[in-house]
Design a protein around this ligand. Structure first.
Ligand SMILES: [Zn+2]
Length: 242
C-alpha cells in the first residue's frame, strides 16, 4: 500500500457517491420520461375519441335536419289531403303520407340511438379528460421532485467534484484514465479489495469478481504501491487495512 493506492481509494470513495447521486437523478428522469409517454398516449387516444364524438354529433345534426324536412313534408301532405278532389287522389296522397310517416319513424329511432351514442361518448370523453388532468399533475409532481432533488444535491455534488479533483491531483494521467474507464464500466467500483477468506490459508480472492488470486499479488501489494489489475474483472486491486 502507498500514496497511489490511497489516492485511488479516495477517488473511488468520491466516485461511488457521485454515481449514487447520478443514479437517483436518473431514476427520477426515467419516471418522468415514462409518465410523459403515458400522457402522450392518453392525449392521442383523447384526440381520437374527440374526433369520434364530433363525427357522431355531425351525423346526428344531419339526421336532425332531415327529420325536420320530412316533418315539413308530412305537414304539407296532410294539408294536401284536406284539399283533394277525388278518392283516387286521396288514396294516393294517403299512401305517400303513410310512407313518409314510416320513414320518419325509422329516422327518429335512428336519431335516438345516435343521441344515446353521442351522450355515451361525451361521458367517456369527460372521464378520460379528468383522468388525464391527474396524469398531467403527476408529471408536474415528478418534475418538481427531480428539481428539488437536483437542488438538494447540487451543493454536495460541487463538494464531491472538488474532492475528486483533490484525490486526482495525486495520480498520474494514465492511472486516472485507467481508473475512469473501470469506473464507467463498474458504476464507480473501479477498485476491488483482495480478500483472504481464511487466516490459516494463503489463499486470496478478488472481492469484485471472486476469482482466486495468487499469493504473489497479495505480497506485491503489501510491499509496493503498484497498480495491479484483477486478471478476470480488471479492477484495480488493493489490500484492506489490517
Ligand atoms: Zn476481479
Amino acid at each position: 500500500m502507498g500514496a497511489r493506492l490511497d489516492a485511488l481509494r479516495a477517488l473511488q470513495n468520491v466516485e461511488l457517491q457521485i454515481v449514487d447521486i447520478r443514479r437517483q437523478l436518473q431514476a427520477k428522469e426515467r419516471l418522468i420520461a415514462a409518465q410523459g409517454g403515458k400522457l402522450q398516449g392518453g392525449e392521442g387516444a383523447l384526440g381520437a375519441e374527440r374526433e369520434q364524438l364530433n363525427r357522431a354529433q355531425r351525423e346526428f345534426d344531419a339526421l336532425d335536419v332531415e327529420i325536420k324536412a320530412r316533418s315539413g313534408h308530412i305537414a304539407k301532405l296532410r294539408e294536401h289531403l284536406n284539399s283533394v278532389k277525388t278518392n283516387k287522389e286521396y288514396a294516393s296522397v294517403l299512401q305517400q303520407l303513410n310512407n313518409e310517416k314510416a320513414d320518419l319513424s325509422k329516422l327518429e329511432s335512428k336519431a335516438l340511438e345516435l343521441m344515446a351514442r353521442v351522450e355515451e361518448a361525451r361521458a367517456s370523453l369527460g372521464a378520460h379528460e379528468t383522468a388525464l388532468v391527474g396524469e398531467r399533475r403527476r408529471l408536474e409532481e415528478l418534475r418538481g421532485q427531480l428539481e428539488s432533488t437536483r437542488n438538494a444535491y447540487s451543493k454536495r455534488l460541487a463538494e464531491l467534484t472538488a474532492e475528486r479533483e483533490r484525490a486526482a491531483a495525486g495520480l498520474d494521467p494514465a492511472t486516472l484514465v485507467h481508473f475512469q474507464r473501470l469506473s464507467d464500466r463498474y458504476d464507480g467500483e473501479a477498485l476491488a479489495e483482495v480478500l483472504r477468506p481464511s487466516p490459516r490459508r494463503d489463499e486470496y480472492i478478488c472481492n469484485g469478481c471472486h476469482i482466486s488470486l495468487t499469493a504473489e499479488i497479495a505480497n506485491a501489494l503489501a510491499v509496493r504501491d503498484d497498480v495491479i489489475s484483477c486478471r478476470s474483472c480488471g479492477r484495480i486491486l488493493y489490500l484492506g487495512k489490517k
